[in-house]
Design a protein around this ligand. Sequence first.
Ligand SMILES: Cc1ncc(COP(=O)(O)O)c(C=O)c1O
Ligand SMILES: N[C@@H](CCCC[NH3+])C(=O)O
Length: 419
Amino acid sequence: MVIMEGKGRLDGVDLRELVSTVPTPFYAYSASAIRHRVGALQTALGGMNARICYAVKANGNLAVLRLMAGLGIGADIVSAGEMHRALHAGIPAGNIVFSGVGKTADEMAQALAAGVWRFNIESRDELHTLQTVAAEQDVVALAAVRINPDVDAGTHAKISTGKAENKFGVTMDEARDWFSQSDAFPNVRLDGLHVHIGSQILTLQPFRLAMQQVAAFAAQLAASGHPINSIDVGGGLGVRYRHGHDVPVCVNEYAAMLRATFADFDGTIVLEPGRYLVAEAGVLITRVVRIKAGASREFLVVDAAMNDLQRPALYDAWHEIIPLHDRGGGDVRYDVVGPVCETGDTFAVQRSMPRCQAGDLLLIANAGAYGASMSSNYNSRPLTAELMLDRGRHAVVRRRQSFEEMVAGESLAAEWLTA
Ligand SMILES: Cc1ncc(COP(=O)(O)O)c(C=O)c1O
Ligand SMILES: N[C@@H](CCCC[NH3+])C(=O)O
């Protein structure tokens, strides 16, 4: 990644120096790396009528969102909570799209009142609910239908979203019905299509297959009197987690594919990238607590755990692990594990890496997307700190949660619970 300047430095900051003031584990994000990715995508899309709405779920840290806002990037949200974050960070409501199968009437009402740009609708029931909520506020909601193109994105089953058996989107037949019945929804202007077939996609072909279906469908709808003003092509661009293994799609080729596929479409193309913009900009810094010689393995027990970074436990995801101390000597094989009481709390199995000792710092790479945003208090571990680094400067943009904050909002039910 562009911003790793030798071992232990990220965006001009020596990560080893940070640990004197910030307790491990912590996340650090490179602002330069995020800018670089945003710039690459904007350049690739040059000349197109396109809007980038960053998928907040990838990393909803306020400083990350603030950076996006400053770069003119909008937000793709899936909850009222994400909307709150995006607005708080300065992303204008008019640049926010609301996706997700489970939007509640209350969330829709909040989003409409805030003035979000568009809703991506995934079921007939949701369409009815949006109609009701918009009528109550006496407004017309702009909406796109999320199409499920039944395309295999070739990614992990748990993050594949465009197959018929997945919960997302509707068939084109169903969508056609909605458009033909649009008079029944006077407070919803159905003028968009949406498609998102999955995440960490490493080949262009599934994207192309999905987009071609949607482009053809948009043309059919327009010909039958239902003009389409926006096509939201979702996110999904994969990144290189493992050198020599993952070969990401080139962003220029992706943009060229969009340009070619939508050559006859004169509305707005919306993109919802998450991982592509932030994954490689983030690292998780952790310290070796001890080395444990097991019966058949050597375990590197670190102070980060699956509650901080779930991806390896959830998807068997590979993250590069780089010791920040050079102790010389050859490589050894470790299972890198956290302190949580589950065998799945494992960051790497039989990973060949330089010999470490207790107290050493490790960098877990490419942790900027779906890292902190998926963390939890499991095993009553406080949420980690998050730092933003930028050309030699750093700021703690979320401090580590205190124990008091962790139990805030819980009650001992002392008045009525008796022993
Ligand atoms: C609707 C929608 N848009 C965008 C994204 C962002 O995906 P990615 O981080 O793979 O770009 C997701 C997550 O997969 C999603 O569900
Ligand atoms: N959480 C997943 C990505 C999910 C994408 C959201 N639709 C990951 O860490 O890879």
